[in-house]
Design a protein around this ligand. Structure first.
Ligand code: ADP
Ligand code: ADP
Length: 233
């Protein structure tokens, strides 16, 4: 079944008298359990597409169905609710709260889900355990390495059991050894059945994904199964 179905979506930004066609007509279906990279040069529309797929923005035209819900024309409040339920975000710069422990960072999305403090702690610990960081629960971000910070961010993204993990340049701030550790974790999450979308402009990072969608000038240039997935031993 498809988690994501975009049909001919477009996005036009109006800047004064100028119109910028960031997306022209993008149709992509992503099934549950796929691991997809969105690639393309700067300005090709990756961020715009990610913002729409992540329910941070709506398309100017076309249709977007997320997990069976048409989210093309939702209000900001409706989008926020869908986003909290369906999407786990992972960013290049981690976006952790600096004064909060790893545990509290991971538990944060559960506050909106209305769980008790005890339940939040249990689920956050479980999520930290799944990324191999249960023993760092009380550490603050500045007491953790870059790779550990990104693991905390991944635990936070996973804690609500989202339909989709949406990672924007997840290794952009990491050295290559640490990047590969994060890519190994993504491969594990994929093996467990998570649906992963990774936005990157780096060819070698995209090659960890099992399907690669290339954008150019707001259009899908190619959309192919990756026959040469990089495997990490
Ligand atoms: P990428 O992430 O591949 O670099 P973007 O989606 O950021 O591409 O940008 C696609 C095009 O849309 C670019 O020409 C960019 O300048 C333009 N663009 C993106 N966001 C905005 C915005 N908020 N307002 C105006 N133009 C934008
Ligand atoms: P990335 O590095 O992820 O591609 P960008 O630098 O393209 O991100 O864009 C960062 C943010 O600025 C995005 O939210 C994008 O929508 C917005 N943006 C990009 N280009 C423009 C633009 N020309 N005018 C206004 N906002 C823009």
């Amino acid at each position: 079944s498809n988690v994501i179905e975009t049909t001919g979506i477009s996005k036009t930004y109006v800047m004064g008298t100028e119109e910028i066609h960031a997306l022209r007509s993008v149709s992509i279906n992503i099934r549950r359990g796929e691991y997809v990279a969105f690639m393309g040069p700067s300005g090709s529309g990756k961020s715009t597409l990610m913002n729409i797929v992540g329910c941070l923005d709506t398309p100017s035209g076309g249709r977007y169905i997320l997990n069976g819900n048409d989210v093309s024309h939702m209000s900001d409040n409706q989008l926020a609710e869908i986003r909290n339920k369906e999407i786990g975000f992972i960013f290049q710069s981690f976006n952790l709260l600096p004064r909060a422990s790893a545990l509290d960072n991971v538990a944060l999305p559960l506050i909106y889900a209305g769980l008790s403090k005890r339940e939040r702690t249990e689920r956050a610990l479980e999520s930290l355990r799944s990324v191999g960081l249960a023993d760092r629960a009380q550490h603050r971000p500045n007491e953790l390495s870059g790779g550990q910070r990104q693991r905390v961010a991944i635990a936070r993204a996973l804690v609500n059991n989202p339909s989709v993990l949406l990672a924007d340049e997840p290794t952009g701030a990491l050295d290559s050894k640490t990047s590969h550790e994060i890519m190994r974790l993504f491969e594990e999450l994929y093996a467990k059945g998570n649906t992963i979308i990774m936005v990157t402009h780096e060819e070698d990072i995209a090659n960890f994904a099992h399907r690669i969608v290339r954008l150019r000038d707001g259009l899908v240039e190619t959309d192919e199964i990756n026959q040469h997935v990089t495997l990490i031993s």
